[in-house]
Design a protein around this ligand. Structure first.
Ligand code: NAD
Length: 253
């Protein structure tokens, strides 16, 4: 079976991707910090198997060790979905060094470490497909999301520069750019927003967010994972260096 390596696969969009690849007959290597949620996913029955490799993507050596273990177990990777990411909301004037570091180290440096590690195997095989998790912030500014926006803008640019370097080696690389998706990451954000701006009513905060999107609703993780799967598949064989919005029309406005 082909192998898909998915970082940040324990919850949210990454977990939906793990299930999608495993249900489509891929073996899925789930690299994440969150052991408990990951091990629960590993128990699910699918045509492909799911294996967990405890990994902090900020640690290049750990990424290399986890990918080597996954390759030993399943063989060389066909697909990488570099998805692990964190958000730290803060106005520019209150933005702390530790928040800048968390966001840049995970979202940007972690993505580079992961791609650099996995692409070596793909280079040797002469083929592979990589999808990077960017965000609508590649295209749209958002107040209070400064370091995160910079990190995701960087990921979008990575997809472009890496496509120029990797495509001649048979490796396609694209970035996906979702607007707001219902996941544990956004649950926390909208809970806090509800407290701050909607008298504790997080439902009202979610409703206002949905109103800002032309499709008038929030995406489900599966709606992103399905597009990731398509982009990585041979159905998308001429796509490389693309930034693909999956945003209910948010950045079309
Ligand atoms: N939810 C949204 O609205 C949205 C929109 C656009 C982009 N994204 C991006 O999608 C990705 C997934 O986010 P999500 O919304 O599913 O959130 P999530 O919190 O459910 O998932 C993030 C996953 O990454 C893992 N992770 C965090 N830091 C890590 C590290 N250092 N090493 C390994 N794993 C780590 C977490 O344990 C978790 O499993 C992120 O990159 C996020 O920025 C999310």
């Amino acid at each position: 079976m082909p192998l898909a390596i998915i970082t940040g696969g324990a919850t949210g969009i990454g977990a939906a991707a793990v299930k999608k690849y495993a249900s489509e007959g891929y073996d899925a290597a789930l690299l994440d910090l969150n052991k408990e949620e990951s091990l629960t996913l590993c128990q699910e029955e699918h045509p492909g198997s799911i294996a967990f490799f405890e990994t902090d993507v900020r640690d290049r050596k750990k990424v290399e060790a986890s990918v080597a273990s996954a390759v030993e177990l399943f063989g060389p990777p066909s697909v990488l979905f570099a998805n692990a990411g964190v958000q730290r909301l803060s106005s520019l004037f209150e933005l702390r060094d530790e928040d800048i570091d968390a966001v840049i180290d995970t979202n940007l440096k972690g993505t580079i470490y992961t791609v650099a590690t996995v692409a070596r195997y793909m280079r040797d095989a002469g083929q592979g497909s990589i999808v990077l998790m960017a965000s609508d912030q590649v295209f749209a500014g958002k107040s209070g999301s400064i370091a995160y926006g910079a990190s995701k803008g960087g990921v979008g640019q990575l997809a472009k520069s890496l496509s120029v370097e990797l495509s001649p080696l048979g490796i396609r690389i694209n970035a996906i750019c979702p607007a707001t998706v219902k996941t544990p990451l956004t649950d926390k954000i909208f809970e806090d927003l509800g407290v701050k701006e909607y008298a504790g009513n997080s439902e009202a905060a979610w409703k206002a967010e949905a109103e800002s999107i032309p499709l008038k609703r929030i995406a489900l993780p599966e709606e992103i994972a399905n597009v990731v799967y398509f982009i990585s598949s041979s159905e998308a064989s001429f796509m490389t260096g693309s930034l693909i919005t999956v945003d209910g029309g948010f950045t079309a406005q």
